[in-house]
Design a protein around this ligand. Structure first.
Ligand SMILES: [Zn+2]
Length: 433
Protein backbone atom coordinates (compact mmCIF):
# COMPACT_ATOMS: atom_id res chain seq x y z
CA UNK A 1 0.00 0.00 0.00
CA UNK A 2 1.19 3.49 -0.79
CA UNK A 3 2.41 5.65 2.08
CA UNK A 4 0.20 8.60 3.01
CA UNK A 5 2.25 11.79 3.55
CA UNK A 6 0.91 14.90 5.25
CA UNK A 7 2.70 18.26 4.96
CA UNK A 8 1.34 20.82 7.40
CA UNK A 9 2.09 24.15 9.05
CA UNK A 10 3.57 25.46 5.77
CA UNK A 11 2.76 28.30 3.39
CA UNK A 12 1.26 26.73 0.30
CA UNK A 13 1.47 28.22 -3.19
CA UNK A 14 -1.79 28.46 -5.11
CA UNK A 15 -0.82 30.53 -8.19
CA UNK A 16 -2.91 33.54 -7.25
CA UNK A 17 -2.75 33.21 -3.45
CA UNK A 18 -0.90 31.58 -0.57
CA UNK A 19 -2.51 29.38 2.10
CA UNK A 20 -0.87 30.60 5.31
CA UNK A 21 -0.87 28.20 6.97
CA UNK A 22 -2.06 25.33 4.86
CA UNK A 23 -1.66 21.58 4.61
CA UNK A 24 -1.70 18.95 1.91
CA UNK A 25 -1.93 15.20 1.63
CA UNK A 26 -0.09 12.91 -0.79
CA UNK A 27 -0.90 9.36 -1.79
CA UNK A 28 0.18 7.19 -4.74
CA UNK A 29 2.44 9.96 -5.98
CA UNK A 30 -0.42 12.48 -6.30
CA UNK A 31 -1.71 15.37 -4.23
CA UNK A 32 -5.00 14.21 -2.73
CA UNK A 33 -6.00 17.22 -0.61
CA UNK A 34 -5.03 20.88 -0.18
CA UNK A 35 -6.57 22.89 2.64
CA UNK A 36 -6.14 26.20 4.39
CA UNK A 37 -5.53 26.12 8.17
CA UNK A 38 -4.35 23.22 10.31
CA UNK A 39 -5.31 19.54 9.98
CA UNK A 40 -7.48 17.98 12.66
CA UNK A 41 -6.20 15.24 14.95
CA UNK A 42 -7.72 12.46 12.87
CA UNK A 43 -5.96 13.63 9.67
CA UNK A 44 -2.66 13.76 11.55
CA UNK A 45 -3.11 10.28 12.98
CA UNK A 46 -4.13 8.72 9.65
CA UNK A 47 -0.93 9.90 7.91
CA UNK A 48 2.01 7.47 7.70
CA UNK A 49 4.48 10.34 7.55
CA UNK A 50 3.94 13.88 8.84
CA UNK A 51 6.23 16.70 7.68
CA UNK A 52 6.22 19.98 9.60
CA UNK A 53 6.78 22.79 7.06
CA UNK A 54 6.98 25.58 9.66
CA UNK A 55 8.73 28.66 8.22
CA UNK A 56 8.69 27.11 4.74
CA UNK A 57 7.10 27.91 1.40
CA UNK A 58 5.65 24.79 -0.23
CA UNK A 59 5.54 24.92 -4.03
CA UNK A 60 5.64 22.73 -7.10
CA UNK A 61 9.25 21.82 -7.87
CA UNK A 62 11.11 24.21 -10.14
CA UNK A 63 11.42 23.54 -13.86
CA UNK A 64 14.86 24.02 -15.36
CA UNK A 65 14.01 24.42 -19.03
CA UNK A 66 17.54 24.14 -20.45
CA UNK A 67 20.80 22.68 -19.27
CA UNK A 68 23.83 20.73 -20.51
CA UNK A 69 24.90 18.25 -17.84
CA UNK A 70 28.31 17.62 -19.45
CA UNK A 71 29.14 21.23 -18.54
CA UNK A 72 29.02 20.37 -14.84
CA UNK A 73 32.70 19.59 -15.49
CA UNK A 74 33.31 23.01 -17.07
CA UNK A 75 32.33 25.59 -14.47
CA UNK A 76 34.20 28.86 -14.50
CA UNK A 77 35.75 28.27 -17.92
CA UNK A 78 34.12 31.16 -19.84
CA UNK A 79 37.06 33.40 -18.96
CA UNK A 80 35.67 36.47 -20.74
CA UNK A 81 35.15 34.73 -24.09
CA UNK A 82 32.03 35.49 -26.21
CA UNK A 83 29.82 32.55 -27.26
CA UNK A 84 31.44 31.37 -30.49
CA UNK A 85 35.04 31.70 -29.23
CA UNK A 86 34.04 29.98 -25.96
CA UNK A 87 32.48 27.07 -27.87
CA UNK A 88 35.37 26.56 -30.29
CA UNK A 89 38.28 26.96 -27.86
CA UNK A 90 36.94 25.16 -24.79
CA UNK A 91 33.53 23.59 -24.82
CA UNK A 92 33.58 21.57 -28.04
CA UNK A 93 37.12 20.11 -27.49
CA UNK A 94 36.24 19.09 -23.92
CA UNK A 95 32.86 17.66 -24.90
CA UNK A 96 34.37 15.54 -27.67
CA UNK A 97 36.82 13.98 -25.20
CA UNK A 98 34.20 12.70 -22.72
CA UNK A 99 34.06 8.93 -22.12
CA UNK A 100 30.65 7.45 -21.30
CA UNK A 101 31.74 6.99 -17.64
CA UNK A 102 32.73 10.66 -17.40
CA UNK A 103 29.41 11.61 -18.97
CA UNK A 104 27.63 9.58 -16.32
CA UNK A 105 29.51 11.32 -13.49
CA UNK A 106 29.04 14.82 -14.95
CA UNK A 107 25.33 14.09 -15.37
CA UNK A 108 24.98 12.82 -11.81
CA UNK A 109 26.63 16.03 -10.61
CA UNK A 110 24.39 18.25 -12.73
CA UNK A 111 21.26 16.37 -11.74
CA UNK A 112 22.15 16.36 -8.05
CA UNK A 113 22.76 20.11 -8.15
CA UNK A 114 19.39 20.63 -9.85
CA UNK A 115 17.66 18.46 -7.25
CA UNK A 116 19.38 20.23 -4.35
CA UNK A 117 18.08 23.54 -5.72
CA UNK A 118 14.45 22.38 -5.86
CA UNK A 119 14.25 21.27 -9.49
CA UNK A 120 11.90 18.37 -10.18
CA UNK A 121 12.00 18.55 -13.99
CA UNK A 122 14.96 19.48 -16.18
CA UNK A 123 15.67 19.43 -19.91
CA UNK A 124 19.21 18.35 -20.72
CA UNK A 125 20.26 19.53 -24.17
CA UNK A 126 22.58 16.60 -24.30
CA UNK A 127 25.91 17.05 -26.11
CA UNK A 128 26.61 15.60 -29.56
CA UNK A 129 28.12 12.28 -28.67
CA UNK A 130 28.36 10.13 -31.77
CA UNK A 131 27.72 7.37 -29.24
CA UNK A 132 24.45 6.09 -27.84
CA UNK A 133 26.42 4.93 -24.77
CA UNK A 134 26.85 8.57 -23.75
CA UNK A 135 23.11 9.15 -23.96
CA UNK A 136 22.51 5.92 -22.06
CA UNK A 137 24.87 7.23 -19.34
CA UNK A 138 22.73 10.37 -18.92
CA UNK A 139 19.59 8.25 -18.77
CA UNK A 140 21.11 6.01 -16.09
CA UNK A 141 22.20 9.04 -14.02
CA UNK A 142 18.73 10.62 -14.27
CA UNK A 143 17.04 7.39 -13.19
CA UNK A 144 19.38 7.11 -10.21
CA UNK A 145 18.82 10.71 -9.06
CA UNK A 146 15.04 10.34 -9.47
CA UNK A 147 13.96 13.72 -10.85
CA UNK A 148 12.06 14.02 -14.13
CA UNK A 149 14.29 14.70 -17.10
CA UNK A 150 13.97 15.06 -20.85
CA UNK A 151 17.16 14.29 -22.73
CA UNK A 152 17.04 16.44 -25.86
CA UNK A 153 19.57 14.47 -27.87
CA UNK A 154 21.74 17.17 -29.48
CA UNK A 155 22.65 16.77 -33.12
CA UNK A 156 24.22 18.60 -36.02
CA UNK A 157 24.19 17.49 -39.66
CA UNK A 158 26.31 20.34 -41.03
CA UNK A 159 29.41 22.26 -40.01
CA UNK A 160 32.05 20.64 -37.80
CA UNK A 161 31.87 16.80 -37.82
CA UNK A 162 28.32 16.45 -39.20
CA UNK A 163 26.32 13.32 -38.38
CA UNK A 164 24.27 11.43 -40.94
CA UNK A 165 20.57 12.24 -40.91
CA UNK A 166 19.59 8.58 -41.22
CA UNK A 167 21.69 7.65 -38.17
CA UNK A 168 20.15 10.47 -36.09
CA UNK A 169 16.60 9.45 -37.04
CA UNK A 170 17.34 5.78 -36.29
CA UNK A 171 18.88 6.54 -32.91
CA UNK A 172 16.01 8.85 -31.97
CA UNK A 173 13.52 6.11 -32.86
CA UNK A 174 15.32 3.84 -30.39
CA UNK A 175 15.19 6.42 -27.58
CA UNK A 176 11.51 7.15 -28.18
CA UNK A 177 10.75 3.42 -28.08
CA UNK A 178 11.97 3.30 -24.46
CA UNK A 179 9.36 5.84 -23.29
CA UNK A 180 6.08 4.95 -21.65
CA UNK A 181 3.50 7.06 -19.80
CA UNK A 182 5.21 6.27 -16.46
CA UNK A 183 8.73 7.24 -17.63
CA UNK A 184 10.44 9.94 -15.59
CA UNK A 185 13.16 10.09 -18.25
CA UNK A 186 11.95 11.03 -21.73
CA UNK A 187 13.57 12.09 -25.01
CA UNK A 188 13.36 14.95 -27.50
CA UNK A 189 15.12 16.11 -30.65
CA UNK A 190 17.86 18.67 -29.96
CA UNK A 191 19.26 20.28 -33.15
CA UNK A 192 22.08 22.49 -31.88
CA UNK A 193 21.19 25.72 -33.70
CA UNK A 194 19.67 26.73 -37.05
CA UNK A 195 23.20 27.23 -38.42
CA UNK A 196 24.33 23.70 -37.46
CA UNK A 197 21.23 21.82 -38.73
CA UNK A 198 19.68 21.44 -42.20
CA UNK A 199 16.06 22.44 -42.70
CA UNK A 200 15.30 19.03 -44.18
CA UNK A 201 16.49 17.07 -41.13
CA UNK A 202 14.86 19.52 -38.70
CA UNK A 203 11.55 18.89 -40.49
CA UNK A 204 12.01 15.12 -40.31
CA UNK A 205 13.11 15.02 -36.66
CA UNK A 206 10.32 17.42 -35.69
CA UNK A 207 7.68 15.20 -37.35
CA UNK A 208 9.20 12.17 -35.61
CA UNK A 209 9.17 13.97 -32.23
CA UNK A 210 5.50 14.91 -32.63
CA UNK A 211 4.60 11.36 -33.55
CA UNK A 212 6.03 10.29 -30.18
CA UNK A 213 4.40 13.13 -28.19
CA UNK A 214 7.73 14.91 -27.87
CA UNK A 215 9.30 18.16 -29.09
CA UNK A 216 12.20 19.96 -30.77
CA UNK A 217 14.54 21.82 -28.41
CA UNK A 218 16.93 24.24 -30.15
CA UNK A 219 19.20 27.24 -29.38
CA UNK A 220 17.93 30.18 -31.46
CA UNK A 221 19.19 33.77 -31.81
CA UNK A 222 21.40 33.71 -28.73
CA UNK A 223 23.76 36.28 -30.30
CA UNK A 224 23.47 38.90 -33.06
CA UNK A 225 26.22 37.13 -35.00
CA UNK A 226 24.03 34.02 -35.25
CA UNK A 227 21.06 36.02 -36.55
CA UNK A 228 23.29 37.49 -39.26
CA UNK A 229 24.53 34.01 -40.23
CA UNK A 230 20.99 32.77 -40.87
CA UNK A 231 19.99 36.03 -42.57
CA UNK A 232 22.95 35.80 -44.95
CA UNK A 233 22.22 32.19 -45.73
CA UNK A 234 18.44 32.13 -46.05
CA UNK A 235 17.44 35.78 -46.33
CA UNK A 236 15.27 35.23 -43.25
CA UNK A 237 15.70 35.79 -39.52
CA UNK A 238 16.04 32.49 -37.58
CA UNK A 239 12.53 32.36 -36.05
CA UNK A 240 10.98 33.26 -39.40
CA UNK A 241 13.06 30.55 -41.12
CA UNK A 242 11.95 27.93 -38.58
CA UNK A 243 8.37 29.00 -39.17
CA UNK A 244 8.74 28.64 -42.95
CA UNK A 245 10.08 25.13 -42.35
CA UNK A 246 6.94 24.34 -40.35
CA UNK A 247 8.84 23.71 -37.12
CA UNK A 248 7.53 26.67 -35.14
CA UNK A 249 4.53 25.19 -33.32
CA UNK A 250 3.49 24.10 -29.83
CA UNK A 251 6.09 21.30 -30.03
CA UNK A 252 8.97 23.78 -30.49
CA UNK A 253 11.15 24.92 -27.59
CA UNK A 254 13.09 28.01 -28.64
CA UNK A 255 16.02 28.46 -26.26
CA UNK A 256 17.36 32.03 -25.72
CA UNK A 257 15.48 34.15 -28.30
CA UNK A 258 17.61 37.12 -27.23
CA UNK A 259 17.71 38.80 -30.63
CA UNK A 260 14.13 38.52 -31.91
CA UNK A 261 12.25 41.38 -33.54
CA UNK A 262 8.57 42.27 -33.11
CA UNK A 263 7.45 40.17 -36.09
CA UNK A 264 9.26 37.14 -34.64
CA UNK A 265 7.64 37.69 -31.22
CA UNK A 266 4.25 37.71 -32.97
CA UNK A 267 5.15 34.44 -34.71
CA UNK A 268 6.22 32.84 -31.41
CA UNK A 269 2.85 33.82 -29.95
CA UNK A 270 0.75 32.86 -32.98
CA UNK A 271 2.40 29.44 -33.28
CA UNK A 272 2.23 28.83 -29.50
CA UNK A 273 5.95 27.98 -29.33
CA UNK A 274 7.67 27.85 -25.93
CA UNK A 275 10.56 30.24 -25.28
CA UNK A 276 13.18 29.18 -22.74
CA UNK A 277 14.82 32.27 -21.23
CA UNK A 278 18.34 31.87 -19.79
CA UNK A 279 19.15 35.25 -18.21
CA UNK A 280 22.28 34.33 -16.23
CA UNK A 281 23.91 32.52 -19.15
CA UNK A 282 23.08 35.37 -21.54
CA UNK A 283 24.75 37.77 -19.10
CA UNK A 284 27.87 35.67 -18.43
CA UNK A 285 28.57 35.32 -22.15
CA UNK A 286 27.61 38.96 -22.87
CA UNK A 287 25.04 37.76 -25.41
CA UNK A 288 22.32 40.33 -24.64
CA UNK A 289 18.97 40.64 -22.87
CA UNK A 290 15.94 38.81 -24.24
CA UNK A 291 12.82 41.02 -24.57
CA UNK A 292 10.73 38.91 -22.18
CA UNK A 293 8.65 41.86 -20.94
CA UNK A 294 7.38 42.26 -24.49
CA UNK A 295 6.90 38.50 -24.89
CA UNK A 296 4.88 38.29 -21.67
CA UNK A 297 2.76 41.22 -22.75
CA UNK A 298 1.95 39.49 -26.04
CA UNK A 299 1.21 36.18 -24.33
CA UNK A 300 4.22 34.13 -25.51
CA UNK A 301 4.69 30.95 -23.43
CA UNK A 302 7.83 31.36 -21.34
CA UNK A 303 9.92 29.13 -19.11
CA UNK A 304 13.30 29.71 -17.43
CA UNK A 305 16.49 27.73 -17.89
CA UNK A 306 19.92 27.95 -16.30
CA UNK A 307 21.76 26.70 -19.41
CA UNK A 308 24.87 24.63 -18.76
CA UNK A 309 27.23 25.25 -15.89
CA UNK A 310 29.98 26.46 -18.24
CA UNK A 311 28.01 29.65 -18.89
CA UNK A 312 26.09 30.23 -15.67
CA UNK A 313 28.13 28.81 -13.70
CA UNK A 314 25.67 26.98 -11.44
CA UNK A 315 22.23 25.41 -11.72
CA UNK A 316 20.66 27.78 -9.16
CA UNK A 317 17.14 28.33 -10.53
CA UNK A 318 16.14 30.79 -7.82
CA UNK A 319 19.11 33.01 -8.67
CA UNK A 320 18.11 32.63 -12.32
CA UNK A 321 14.58 33.81 -11.47
CA UNK A 322 15.90 36.92 -9.74
CA UNK A 323 18.17 37.62 -12.70
CA UNK A 324 15.20 37.41 -15.10
CA UNK A 325 13.49 40.12 -13.05
CA UNK A 326 16.57 42.32 -12.67
CA UNK A 327 17.67 42.25 -16.31
CA UNK A 328 14.22 43.04 -17.70
CA UNK A 329 13.73 45.96 -15.32
CA UNK A 330 17.21 47.39 -15.90
CA UNK A 331 16.85 47.09 -19.68
CA UNK A 332 13.61 49.09 -19.64
CA UNK A 333 14.20 51.37 -16.63
CA UNK A 334 10.86 50.06 -15.41
CA UNK A 335 10.45 48.45 -11.97
CA UNK A 336 7.24 46.72 -13.09
CA UNK A 337 8.65 45.14 -16.26
CA UNK A 338 8.36 41.44 -15.31
CA UNK A 339 6.66 41.21 -11.92
CA UNK A 340 7.79 38.85 -9.15
CA UNK A 341 4.64 36.86 -9.75
CA UNK A 342 5.34 36.50 -13.50
CA UNK A 343 8.90 35.41 -12.77
CA UNK A 344 7.78 32.78 -10.28
CA UNK A 345 5.24 31.42 -12.77
CA UNK A 346 7.97 31.12 -15.40
CA UNK A 347 10.24 29.25 -12.99
CA UNK A 348 7.40 26.85 -12.12
CA UNK A 349 6.34 26.56 -15.76
CA UNK A 350 2.85 27.71 -14.71
CA UNK A 351 2.29 24.72 -12.43
CA UNK A 352 0.52 24.99 -9.10
CA UNK A 353 -0.37 22.85 -6.09
CA UNK A 354 -3.76 21.30 -6.67
CA UNK A 355 -5.62 18.07 -6.03
CA UNK A 356 -4.78 15.44 -8.65
CA UNK A 357 -1.43 16.99 -9.60
CA UNK A 358 1.78 14.95 -9.38
CA UNK A 359 3.39 15.29 -5.95
CA UNK A 360 6.47 17.00 -7.40
CA UNK A 361 7.15 19.51 -4.67
CA UNK A 362 9.79 21.59 -2.95
CA UNK A 363 9.86 23.19 0.47
CA UNK A 364 11.96 26.35 0.77
CA UNK A 365 13.12 27.65 4.14
CA UNK A 366 12.30 31.35 4.40
CA UNK A 367 13.17 31.53 8.10
CA UNK A 368 16.70 32.58 7.22
CA UNK A 369 18.87 35.68 7.45
CA UNK A 370 18.37 36.16 3.68
CA UNK A 371 14.55 36.09 3.71
CA UNK A 372 13.10 36.82 7.17
CA UNK A 373 10.99 38.60 8.17
CA UNK A 374 8.73 37.69 5.25
CA UNK A 375 6.31 40.36 4.03
CA UNK A 376 5.28 38.57 0.87
CA UNK A 377 6.08 34.94 -0.01
CA UNK A 378 6.40 35.55 -3.75
CA UNK A 379 8.88 38.41 -3.20
CA UNK A 380 10.84 36.39 -0.65
CA UNK A 381 11.19 33.50 -3.09
CA UNK A 382 12.08 35.52 -6.15
CA UNK A 383 14.26 38.21 -4.59
CA UNK A 384 15.70 36.77 -1.33
CA UNK A 385 15.94 32.97 -1.37
CA UNK A 386 18.57 30.95 -3.21
CA UNK A 387 19.05 27.27 -3.96
CA UNK A 388 20.73 26.59 -0.60
CA UNK A 389 17.46 27.45 1.13
CA UNK A 390 15.63 24.49 -0.43
CA UNK A 391 15.02 22.02 2.40
CA UNK A 392 12.93 19.19 0.96
CA UNK A 393 12.18 17.94 -2.55
CA UNK A 394 9.92 15.14 -3.70
CA UNK A 395 9.02 13.68 -7.08
CA UNK A 396 5.87 11.59 -7.51
CA UNK A 397 5.60 11.49 -3.73
CA UNK A 398 9.11 10.10 -3.18
CA UNK A 399 11.27 12.24 -0.92
CA UNK A 400 14.58 12.79 -2.75
CA UNK A 401 15.91 15.41 -0.34
CA UNK A 402 14.89 16.04 3.25
CA UNK A 403 16.31 18.54 5.74
CA UNK A 404 18.85 19.50 3.06
CA UNK A 405 20.17 15.96 2.63
CA UNK A 406 19.86 13.95 -0.58
CA UNK A 407 18.30 10.58 0.16
CA UNK A 408 19.59 8.53 -2.78
CA UNK A 409 23.24 9.49 -3.18
CA UNK A 410 26.28 10.46 -1.12
CA UNK A 411 27.29 13.95 -2.23
CA UNK A 412 30.78 13.85 -0.75
CA UNK A 413 31.73 10.70 -2.63
CA UNK A 414 30.22 12.08 -5.86
CA UNK A 415 32.27 15.30 -5.64
CA UNK A 416 35.48 13.31 -5.03
CA UNK A 417 34.84 11.02 -8.00
CA UNK A 418 34.01 13.95 -10.28
CA UNK A 419 37.14 15.88 -9.28
CA UNK A 420 39.39 12.91 -10.08
CA UNK A 421 37.62 12.18 -13.37
CA UNK A 422 37.94 15.81 -14.54
CA UNK A 423 41.74 15.80 -14.17
CA UNK A 424 42.00 12.82 -16.52
CA UNK A 425 39.46 14.30 -18.99
CA UNK A 426 41.27 17.65 -19.25
CA UNK A 427 44.56 15.92 -19.92
CA UNK A 428 42.99 13.83 -22.69
CA UNK A 429 41.33 16.93 -24.24
CA UNK A 430 44.58 18.91 -24.09
CA UNK A 431 42.92 21.69 -22.07
CA UNK A 432 45.31 23.40 -19.68
CA UNK A 433 43.40 25.98 -17.60
ZN1 LIG B 1 22.57 25.87 -24.13
Amino acid sequence: MSKKILIHNGNIYQSDAWLTPGYLSIENGKITAVQEGNPDQETLVLADQVIDAGGMAVLPGLVNGHSHFSQSFMRGLAGGRPLLQWLKELIWPLQSAFSADEMYLASLLGLAENLRGGVTYVVDHHKITHSPQHTEAVKRAAEEIGIRCTIARAWSDRGNKPESGAAILDEMEHWYSLQNPESKVTFASGPLTPWRATGDLMQKTHAQAKKHGSFTHIHVSETLEEVEMTLNETGLRPVTWLDQLGILDEHAQIVHAVWVDDAEIDLLKDRNALVVHCPVSNSVLGSGIAPIGKMLQRGVRLRLGTDGSASNDTQDCLENTKMAICLARAAHQDAANVTNDQALRMSLSDRTISVGADADLMMVNLNTLRSAPVHDFTSALTLCAHSGDVDTVMVAGEILMQNGKLTRIDEEILIKECSSALKILKKRAGIDT
